[in-house]
Design a binder for this molecule. Sequence first.
Ligand SMILES: [Zn+2]
Length: 267
Amino acid sequence: MTLQFYSSQQLRKKYNKRNDENFEWGYLGSNGPAYWYQVNETCKGINQQTPIDLKLEDFVNSTKIELNVAKETELILLNNGHTYQVQRLKGNITVPELNYDATLKVGGETYYLFQFHFHMPSEHHVEGRDLLMEGHWVFKTSSDKNAKVAVLGVFFDLGENDEPSLKPIVDIINDKPVEVGKYVSISMSAGKQIFKKVKTVYSYTGSFTIPPCTEGVRWFVSQDVLSISPSQFKSFKYVLKYNSRFKQKRLDGGEPKSHQPWKPNVL
Ligand SMILES: [Zn+2]
């Protein structure tokens, strides 16, 4: 029997090398957000990274956005191994087809819905606290590789009522959760009912909250918190488990210093 000893530097080299080649990002342990730099250096979180801690005063000057679902289209619910994602039926599941019937308009610019998905607990914080869940509606200006990206973040917290528009997802989970890499067709809106409840948003420039952590993403985070019932929470938790990136430094250095007490008004 031979024993091989490595110095810590050698070990690190060996370890990093192995991971650089086969690293699979996730949310726990050595696959977690602190190691995502192995996918892309940007994930080290030096610049405009997301999520951040928001202050109540951030919402005072709400950015005016217009959200619309002109026509409902066929959608699928995909389990991509990191989240449950809803997108259009056609096209490659890893590169969803843009949904030109669901739009986000801001300052004369139109973004089209790409996909939406969920994180548990919420990725953005408000006054130092997270909420039970956050939905991300990802929009793009075109299907071009260099298209601009905008994301609408919507908080969900425990309330007495179900969020009725999430029922189709919950029904699928309760019946038979979608396996990793698989999808099922789903009959639901691309966000019509949810968009109606979004009134006050804070906008800032951030990044994707998953590797490769690409920057230059225009974020719109809603202060209006939607209700999910305990049973809806249980269903989402069963499949999402824990899929949230930790808080990143605010570019403006505006970390809430002394957090204001904040009890969200759950709609
Ligand atoms: Zn997300």
